[in-house]
Write a protein that binds this ligand. Structure first.
Ligand code: SF4
Length: 219
């Protein structure tokens, strides 16, 4: 259980899954750089959030920009959309008759990714909602702007474990104030922090090795 002052940003879990160094540069070192993807993503989230908006469509309540947190994960953030579906086994909501089941929906600008960073973020949101509403949430949805489709995500035990592990590791790194070293991968090209991280430097020869090699060559 984490104290509120130790909460980390929930949305950071997607950076963490993408690259631990990227997460540390943003969330520990407070470095940030925009590229097309981050700007387009931000605009889409602003549209989806429309903070505090509440809409009722028959047996469906749609809440945008709901603030969420979890003592267990030590994370806090905001859901793009939480849909409350009328269900006899659901929870009571203040000001509304009947009972409802929450389902988180996260909006993404691009298309489904090769890694599971979006699923981790959505599952972390579900764990927060479960803690807040004392209800089990079996699944949620990711909406991708590129294909304009919803993708169903089941919150399996494995995915929940991955969220717990990631949150624990994020807190451990944050407490140490430690930024992991560069591990260049093909995803560096898509990284908004490439110009700050400079992964190419990792491939350059170490100073000591350079001197040793040149001394040997001149002997
Ligand atoms: S450039 Fe590569 S190693 Fe550096 S933060 Fe981005 S993804 Fe990570």
């Amino acid at each position: 259980m984490y104290a509120e002052e130790d909460y980390l940003m929930l949305s950071g879990i997607q950076h963490f899954a993408f690259c631990r160094r990227q997460w540390a540069m943003i969330h520990i070192e407070q470095q940030w750089a925009e590229n097309y993807q981050t700007t387009a993503g931000e605009l889409m989230h602003k549209k989806a959030h429309d903070e505090g908006s509440f809409e009722k469509r028959g047996d469906l309540l749609i809440v945008r920009g709901l603030r969420i947190s979890s003592h267990e994960l030590g994370l806090s953030g905001q859901c793009d959309v939480v849909e409350f579906h009328q269900d006899q086994h659901g929870i009571e909501l203040f000001g509304y008759d009947r009972t409802w089941n929450p389902i988180p929906v996260e909006y993404k600008h691009g298309s489904p990714k090769e890694n599971n960073s979006d699923e981790l973020q959505l599952c972390a949101q579900a764990i927060c909602l479960e803690e807040m509403f004392q209800v089990r949430i079996p699944d949620g949805y990711l909406y991708y702007g590129e294909n304009r489709r919803r993708s169903h995500v089941e919150f399996t035990d494995e995915l929940r474990d991955d969220v717990q592990k990631a949150a624990k590791e994020m807190h451990a790194l944050f407490q140490r104030g430690y930024t992991p070293n560069v591990k260049p991968t093909k995803q560096c090209k898509a990284c908004s922090l490439e110009s700050l991280c400079i992964p190419k430097l990792q491939k350059t020869i170490k100073v000591r090795k350079y001197i040793e090699q040149n001394i040997k060559a001149n002997d």
